[in-house]
Design a protein around this ligand. Structure first.
Ligand SMILES: Nc1nc2c(c(=O)[nH]1)N[C@H]1C(S)=C(S)[C@@H](COP(=O)(O)O)O[C@H]1N2
Ligand SMILES: [Mo]
Length: 533
């Protein structure tokens, strides 16, 4: 029978690391529980994540989106989880070997979380309380657990010593089982309780369930100006082509919101402020009572790379922004509307675009015949044909401040993106896809092209070094939406490079030279390579 002769320093360190992670669970669990009382804005995990997003330097957004696409948020949360485990494990080991530095590390983590919480939009001084209580609880649990671990370590040492002195006394020396159990019970109970309470509280904090239920009960009014039914000619009969109207479930989602804001429409108000003769405050019911219009518009993200899918076309229902601005009466000298989301995101849009009678810029309440989905801005967002989303499409919008570009900046401008972002002419090949098995014969090369608010008038396709051939364009219903195109290609066996380029209503053709999305949108011809057998 082997005798337990002690606790190897490495094993002790591993238990200390475990203790550190348990302490972090206590911080987060208690803070999450506390934020049930001080409001969801008090939840430190998401606050820290949002702070990281806001502090991310220019170019990082582009990089992260290129890497993870619309899974960017899951990637960030996973990375944060790994970091928390590593740092808190280190804090546990430090507290065992160099007290009180472990407590200091957890304390610093608490301070960072506190800063993140109180600087979030919508946070009150109150919001920080949950984090403070969580951090104090975490530090205390760490200290107490490490003390118990120390008792176990010393008991094990004493026992090993005595065994060394007098092997015949083994049976009479009390083993470290008592101390071991004392430590384990404490650490595991504190950690497990925090995980359970924290997860439960997190689920309850996700109030979006309640708002989601409210959303499904909303009956949108009929449009005073309804969109014409979509004529069949705008849709080409080509398998694999992007549908003309993007189903809402497939519509790309890009925003800085780690948690989708959940706004009770009964509490929502939009304020029109700044350089206006009449400030306006509008409720959701008042907005729905106005004469609403329906328009198709293709939304595009400035981060959309050549060939990318951060673009979608939907039928929007809303109130024209020019009408609302006319009621507010902007003052002379104003040239920008700074729209603010409930979560603090802002976009700066040229006032002239929003006032333009020929631009269907709107405060949208409906998307493809339903109330806006929560992640697309419920209850109200902006939609401005012709401008990238980052300067125009504010979701969860709560304020429109009439101002000047020389005085205010939208969220992305100080982060390295242009203050103004008109959408660039672009085209994309949707089918065939690289890697598809293609049999020789007639192949439909097809896709979409867009230059919102200007309109696409021609699309050309080139195979290998052959001539540029005009593709067939589907009908267009308005310059604000993309256009499908197809070229029926007599494919011969071998490997082929296919390129596409579009020309807009102003006679401009897409330039070949590649440009990355930052600072004002990608450029270049989309090309794919296929092999035909
Ligand atoms: N509140 C808020 N609105 C926002 C953003 C954001 O980060 N927060 N991102 C903008 C950007 S960059 C784009 S491309 C569009 C995307 O809208 P969607 O997610 O509905 O496709 O929303 C815009 N509106
Ligand atoms: Mo975007």
């Amino acid at each position: 029978m082997s005798v337990d002769t002690g606790l190897a320093p490495r094993t002790a360190a591993a238990w200390a690391a475990f203790t550190g992670v348990m302490a972090a669970a206590v911080v987060l669990g208690v803070a999450e529980f506390g934020s049930l009382f001080v409001g969801a804005a008090g939840s430190p995990l998401f606050a820290v994540g949002s702070l990281v997003i806001d502090l991310a330097p220019a170019g990082v957004k582009e990089f992260v989106i290129a890497l993870f696409g619309t899974g960017d948020k899951a990637a960030l949360l996973t990375l944060m989880g790994v970091l928390i485990v590593v740092i808190s494990a280190g804090a546990g080991v430090l507290e065992l070997r160099r007290p009180p530095f472990g407590m200091i590390v957890i304390g610093i983590g608490g301070v960072v979380a506190l800063i993140a919480v109180v600087t979030r939009a919508g946070a009150t001084g109150f919001s920080g309380i949950a984090t403070v209580v969580g951090a104090v609880a975490g530090v205390v649990v760490l200290r107490l657990a490490i003390e118990r671990l120390g008792l176990w370590v010393r008991a094990a040492e004493r026992r090993a010593l005595r065994i060394g002195d007098a092997p015949d006394q083994v049976a009479s020396v009390a083993g470290p089982q008592l101390e071991r159990r004392g430590f384990l019970t404490f650490a595991v109970v504190a950690g497990a309780a925090s995980v359970v309470v924290g997860t439960g509280a997190r689920l309850m904090n996700a109030t979006s369930n309640r708002v989601a239920a409210i959303r499904t009960k909303i009956a949108l009014p009929k449009a005073a100006v309804a969109a014409e039914p979509v004529p069949a000619g705008v849709m080409l009969d080509v398998p694999g082509i992007t549908p003309f109207i993007t189903p809402t479930a497939d519509f790309y989602r890009i925003d800085t919101a780690l948690q989708v804001p959940s706004i009770d429409p009964d509490k929502w108000r939009l304020k029109v402020t700044g350089m206006v003769e009449n400030e306006i405050s509008l409720s959701f019911a008042e907005l729905l009572a106005k004469p609403l219009e329906e328009h198709l518009a293709t939304l595009t993200c400035v981060s959309n790379d050549v060939g990318g899918d951060l673009i979608g076309n939907a039928l929007w229902l809303g109130y024209p922004l020019r009408e609302l601005l006319a009621q507010a009466v902007p003052k002379a000298g104003a040239d920008m509307v700074l729209s603010t989301s409930i979560d603090g995101f802002t976009a700066g849009t040229p006032l002239s675009v929003l006032q333009d009678a020929g631009t269907n810029a709107m405060l949208a309440v409906g998307m493809n015949g339903e109330a806006l989905p929560l992640e697309h801005g419920f209850p109200v967002r902006m939609v401005v044909p012709g401008l990238y989303g980052y300067v125009s499409a504010t979701k969860w919008v709560v304020e429109l401040k009439v101002t000047k570009f020389s005085e205010d900046q939208g969220y992305w401008t100080p982060r390295g993106w242009d203050a103004k972002g008109p959408i660039k002419l672009a085209s994309r090949i949707d089918t065939p896809r690289p890697g598809d098995a293609i049999a020789a014969g007639t192949i439909a090369i097809a896709g979409v092209a867009w230059d919102q608010h200007v309109g696409v008038t021609a699309v050309e396709v080139q195979v290998d070094d052959g001539p540029w051939v005009e593709a067939v364009l589907a009908d267009s219903i308005s310059a604000d939406t993309w256009r499908q195109w197809v070229y029926r290609w007599p494919a011969s066996p071998g490997s082929h490079k296919i390129q596409v380029r579009a020309t807009d209503a102003e006679g401009t053709t897409q330039r070949q030279t590649y440009r990355a999305p930052a600072p004002n949108g990608s450029e270049g011809w989309h090309s794919i390579t296929v092999s035909v057998s």
